[in-house]
Each structure stands twice: as C-alpha cells, then as structure tokens.
Design a binder for this molecule. Structure first.
Ligand SMILES: [Zn+2]
Length: 250
C-alpha cells in the first residue's frame, strides 16, 4: 500500500473551522507505518483545466494560501491514481478534500476536485478508458457527479442511506455487479461514522467496504484501486477508521 502525503497539507488556510489540519495529523500518526509514504508535487494549471473552468482557476489563484495547498492535493490525487494504475493499491491522505468542487464552483471545504482531475487525466492520456468512482462520504459528491454527468465511461456512485444496514447493502450491491473497468477510485469520507455527523457506520464497516472494493477491482480491473480522503471530523477515531479502510483495501 502506498500512502500519498505531504506535510504541507497541514498548512492552516481560511476554511470552515471543522476542516482542520489536525484531521490529517491524527490519521497520519495511525496509518504511517502501514504503507510506504510517497510525497506528491503540485498539479499544473493544465491538469485543473481538464475539469474546471478558467474562471474558477482565476478566482482560486487570488487566494494564495489556500491555492498552494489545493494544488498539492490535486498533485497528490494524480500520483495516487497513477500508482494504483501501476498495480499497487494507494491512498491519498489529502487536504483540502475535493468532491464538492464542480466545473465552475466549489463549496463544502473543497476547492478543486481531486478525484475528478486524477481520473480525467488518466483518461485523456489514454491510460484508462473506463472508471468507477464510489463516493462513501456522508455528503453527496455533487461536484464529481456534475463533472462526469455527460461521460458514460466514468460511473459515479454516491452511497446515500438512512441506516447502517442500508448503507452497507448499497455498497455491496454496487460492487457485486461486474463491469468493464480500468480502475476504481473511492472518495473516502469518514463522516458516516457512528460518532461523526452521519451516525451510521462502525469502524469494522470501513474495513469491509475496503475489502469489497478490493474484490471488485481484482475481478474487473486487474486489482487497480485507490482511495482519496474526503470528509471525516470525529478526531478521536478518524485514524482507526481510515486504517480499517486501508486494511480492507490492501
Ligand atoms: Zn462529507
């Protein structure tokens, strides 16, 4: 397992109070010995323009402190997806998150869509044709959904459920369908946790979800799979939930 991380993700920048650098710090402490740490480089403007408008880039460029970290997070996503494509499962421990960033707008602590850029870049380079993006964050990944709305080769599945059982059933159901695929990316939010905002999942459920993703990837796309951090705000258990997911995925 490769873990993509950079200390600069801990840089404080203006955002909502809950999306604090300690989120990454606490996860890093728990997972760092469970994979090989790989350091990313910032993304280039042409990477961002694969899914975002020049207007969005311009508005982001005027917020220098956020922009620098956001570019590094996108670079981290690109590296995570490429490592997964090369055959090793990978997890991007990234900040800021990305799934609420659409073509021309962003909200919800997101600035650029890390997942969408990583997948679209592989597609445009001809390295993949088809991808499945599974979003297990508590919140609907509206940005990713809009970016790929007219792209049938990229299937975006958002899991939405009112109970733990329904959530797990929906994930299992999605992943047990065999597809023509080249890679699976998981928008991994841990705010579905029973003590977090969602109040749904137990720690062991993240391991189970990771294991289902692995099974589906081995069946459909030569095992190519990766996850990128999205939400998750209950600091005391964030690290162990993320580790459970990685244990299943590895
Ligand atoms: Zn969320």
């Amino acid at each position: 397992m490769k873990i993509i991380y950079h200390e600069r993700f801990l840089t404080p920048y203006p955002t909502a109070g809950v999306e604090k650098p300690q989120r990454l710090k606490t996860i890093y402490q728990v997972i760092k010995d469970h994979g090989e740490i790989v350091t990313p480089v910032p993304a280039q403007p042409e990477d961002l323009l694969l899914v975002h408008t020049p207007r969005l880039l311009k508005s982001m460029a005027s917020q220098a402190d956020v922009h620098e970290v956001a570019l590094l997070a996108v670079g981290g996503a690109i590296l995570t997806a490429s490592l997964a494509l090369a055959g090793e499962p990978a997890f991007g421990l990234l900040r800021p998150p990305g799934h609420h960033a659409g073509p021309d707008s962003h909200w919800g602590f997101c600035f650029y869509n890390n997942m969408a850029i990583a997948i679209e870049r592989l597609r445009r380079q001809g390295r993949i044709q088809r991808a499945l993006i599974l979003d297990i964050d508590l919140h609907f990944g509206d940005g990713t959904d809009r970016i790929f709305a007219a792209v049938p080769e990229v299937e975006v599945v958002n899991i939405e459920a009112a109970t733990r059982e329904q959530f797990l059933f929906a994930v299992k159901n999605t992943l047990q369908v065999s597809r023509q695929l080249d890679i699976i990316g998981v928008s991994a939010g841990f705010d579905t946790y029973v003590k977090d905002w969602g109040g749904l999942l137990q720690t062991e459920d993240y391991r189970q979800i990771g294991a289902w993703v692995k099974e589906a990837a081995q069946r459909d796309c030569q095992g190519r799979r990766f996850g990128l951090l999205e939400g998750g705000y209950y600091l005391p258990d964030l690290g162990k939930n993320c580790l459970a997911f990685l244990t299943g995925l590895a």
